[in-house]
Write a protein that binds this ligand. Structure first.
Ligand SMILES: *Cc1c(COP(=O)(O)O)cnc(C)c1O
Length: 422
């Protein structure tokens, strides 16, 4: 499709957009009395208006029912988390019994590594991408040390080629093959937080498993952004936070996937707590652990209902829209943003470099050669919320649920002004 960098054309795209009414489902921060242009849904999604109602419901049940709310609230708390499983399954391509909601992302990855990183003297290595998100690096290092291994020997990072901004699938597959029977675990970010690259999770999962390793995915930037088929890809596990593209609120509960072949097993190593037992017998307070036959077996504590409430509200929106429709708009609005960037680049003779490869979701990472932090500050002052990463990269993620084509056009104009007035 051929685009035009005009307000009229952007408005025309909005008029044709099936998701345009969803913009009104979200609260936008204001700068200079206007809704901001929000590019940081990859960091913290905007607040869905309907989440207030879900939180209020829980506050009311707590106020009026207190402990009885566990069983007699409209949405009883003892199995509240089960309400999220089906919707989440659709978002990540899993059966409802393969997903659960608990804790936060890094905590969950640690808990999953208890089950899926069980190194032996011979098979102890972990493959991840170089410069993984810091929390993932700390997690892997501490897990290696916990098991008595030197992280610098246990962790194998797949590098980017010199001068390149993205990984090659063939390099990842080759590393997997080279590590071979020393490979215990592949654990990577399915969508890279820095360059926005979507890895070939199907091929990588297959290759890791062919070496006899477990394969898991950190989907912090994947959930609610790209099409995931965790069950069909045959991944062993996955986890994601819900506050980025999933719009559930700051620091909110994380989602977990465990493939069905690992469910209902008595002998799987796992850290356990009372919420992992069958709910029918949970309150008999028996001494022996009787796990649910779902991913809920990994739950330890009774979940924070006040956190699950906005997550449930947000999932309802994903369920109404469907990942297919969401992805269709995502591709078009990201393509339009890319077009606008190129147009502005030509007009001001600047040199932006989009470092996100073609395998991408919602995010474009843009290297601003020559432009500095002052440009970023100019954007923020003029109502464009982006995010800055050293040395010189801004990340732009036009979340398709609430960003408009008009936003993309307006952003281009502000960017141009910012460069010209520098
Ligand atoms: C955002 C993000 C995290 C954040 O972890 P928390 O435990 O939720 O603080 C972890 N890993 C990746 C890849 C991320 O993008």
């Amino acid at each position: 499709m051929s685009f035009k960098n005009t307000l009229e054309f952007a408005k025309q795209l909005d008029a044709q957009d099936k998701l345009s009414q969803y913009r009104n489902e979200f609260h936008f921060p204001q700068v200079n009395g206007k809704d901001v242009i929000y590019f940081t849904g990859n960091s913290l999604g905007l607040q869905p208006k309907r989440s207030q109602k879900y939180v209020d419901e829980v506050m009311k049940d707590w106020r009026e029912l207190a402990v009885e709310g566990h069983f007699y609230a409209d949405k009883p708390w003892w199995d509240y988390h089960e309400r999220l499983a089906e919707g989440l399954g659709k978002v990540v391509g899993a059966k409802p019994e393969e997903v659960t909601v608990m804790n936060t992302l890094t905590v969950n990855l640690h808990l999953l590594m208890v089950s899926f990183y069980r190194p032996s003297e011979k098979r102890f290595k972990i493959i991840c991408e170089e410069k993984a998100f810091p929390s993932d690096q700390y997690m892997l290092q501490s897990q290696a040390r916990f098991h008595g291994f030197d992280p610098s020997k246990a962790i194998v990072e797949v590098k980017k080629r010199d001068g390149e901004h993205a990984w090659y699938t063939e390099d990842i597959l080759q590393t997997i093959e080279e590590v071979g029977d020393e490979l215990a675990l592949v654990l990577m970010g399915g969508v890279n937080y820095y360059n926005g690259q979507v890895l070939d999770m199907e091929a990588i999962t297959k290759a890791g498993k062919a070496q006899g390793a477990f394969v898991g995915w950190d989907l912090a930037h994947g959930a609610g952004n790209i099409e995931l088929k965790l069950h069909d890809w045959d991944a062993d596990f996955g986890a994601w936070c819900s506050y980025k593209y999933m719009n559930s609120g700051p620091g909110n509960a994380s989602g977990v996937f465990v493939h069905e072949r690992h469910l209902g097993k008595e002998d799987i190593p796992r850290f356990e707590g009372w919420w992992g037992t069958k709910k029918e017998t949970r309150f008999l307070m028996k001494p022996e652990f009787d796990p649910t036959e779902t991913a809920d077996a990994w739950q330890l504590s009774n979940p924070p209902i006040l956190s699950l409430a906005p997550y449930l509200a947000s999932l309802e929106i994903f369920d109404e829209v469907g990942m297919g429709t969401l992805i269709e708009k995502r591709d078009k609005i990201v393509a339009y943003l890319e077009f606008v960037l190129h147009e502005i680049d030509k007009e001001v003779d600047s040199t932006f470099e989009i470092i996100t490869p073609e395998a991408r979701g919602c995010q474009l990472s843009v290297f601003l050669h020559g432009e500095g932090r002052s440009l970023f500050d100019y954007l923020m002052k003029n109502g464009v919320i982006t995010d800055w990463r050293e040395p010189n990269v801004i990340r732009l993620a036009p979340a398709p649920l609430y960003c408009s084509y008009e936003d993309m056009y307006n952003f281009g104009q502000i960017l141009k002004q910012g460069i010209l007035t520098k």
